[in-house]
Design a protein around this ligand. Sequence first.
Ligand SMILES: O=C(O)c1ccccc1NCC(=O)[C@H](O)[C@H](O)COP(=O)(O)O
Length: 220
Amino acid sequence: MRVKICGITSVEDARLAVDAGADALGMVFYPPSPRHVSLEQAAEIARAVTPFVVLTGLFVDAHPQEVEQVLAQVPLNLLQFHGNETAAYCRQFHRPYIKALRMKPELNPSEAMSAYPDARGYLLDAYRKGVPGGTGDTFDWQRVPQGRERNDRQVILAGGLNPANVTQAISAAVPDAVDVSGGVEAAPGRKDPDKVREFVRAARAAATSGASSNALIQGV
Ligand SMILES: O=C(O)c1ccccc1NCC(=O)[C@H](O)[C@H](O)COP(=O)(O)O
């Protein structure tokens, strides 16, 4: 089970998340977000963290030049596209990327994943009209594809996760990774140390006990 802490805006929170055991950090390059980081902030965070953590840059329907500008100044390991970007758009940067899919009631997640065959993973997030992400809302975890529908694709579960519900979420959705932002915050853009530590601990513990449920679902 991998854990990504999203919405990191400071070196202090980046270090906190890494020390708590996060595998990946997310930085939001979307100006309307309360978690938006400037190029300078992002470069400072990148300099401060170990190279063995996946630094992720999140964009929402950004102009390609904006993405290129970030890439020129911040050593990102992974891009996360959280808007209505097409596969052609996502692959033009020649970087590993994950595609966020917002779980609108009518969305077939398996079909939606197929539209991005070169994505390294699929971040399944809650859908709220007019809000591209960081909603704090959950969705029905039973909708996460399993088995043949999943087809070995890396699924990152997001949307309204927190230390209190991540165990149940992992058990229901059997994701490869979990992503959290608001559920471990003290205030928008500022992480709560106890919540971050408890979230990572609970996710790891659930994964250990959840291995058998995964085996049951996969029939192995
Ligand atoms: O976090 C934001 O402010 C944000 C804004 C616009 C697009 C995406 C955004 N966050 C994306 C994430 O990866 C969040 O972790 C994900 O949406 C889950 O957020 P939350 O429900 O607060 O845990």
